[in-house]
Design a protein around this ligand. Structure first.
Ligand SMILES: [Zn+2]
Ligand SMILES: [Zn+2]
Length: 100
């Protein structure tokens, strides 16, 4: 990770959007607010929280290292965390989903 990426990462982490935070955050399926993934129900509306954390959602939409699960920036060829060579088959490839 470069210094600029590190700074960005630190900022995101500070604002609550780092992977460590995302793993502990779930999005309420009812009101869409973010809640503690460990909570049984949404503190805002009392709706049921999904099993899936924000991190899981994020991972579904972004390419991730198959070895360690680190989210890769688009175009990455190697995992910045463990150095494994990866293929970005997800990021930037999807143009228009739902052409059925
Ligand atoms: Zn809610
Ligand atoms: Zn990795």
């Amino acid at each position: 990770m470069t210094a600029a990426e590190k700074a960005r990462y630190d900022t995101l982490e500070a604002f609550g959007f780092g992977p460590n935070v995302m793993r502990k955050t779930a999005v309420c399926g009812t009101c869409g607010r973010m809640a503690d993934a460990g909570a049984a129900a949404c503190p805002a509306c009392g709706g049921k929280l999904p099993e899936e954390t924000l991190y899981d959602c994020y991972k579904r939409q972004h390419a991730c290292c198959p070895a360690c699960g680190t989210v890769l920036s688009p175009g990455s060829r190697y995992c910045p965390s463990c150095g494994k060579r990866v293929f970005c088959f997800m990021a930037g490839r999807r143009r228009r989903a739902g052409r059925t």
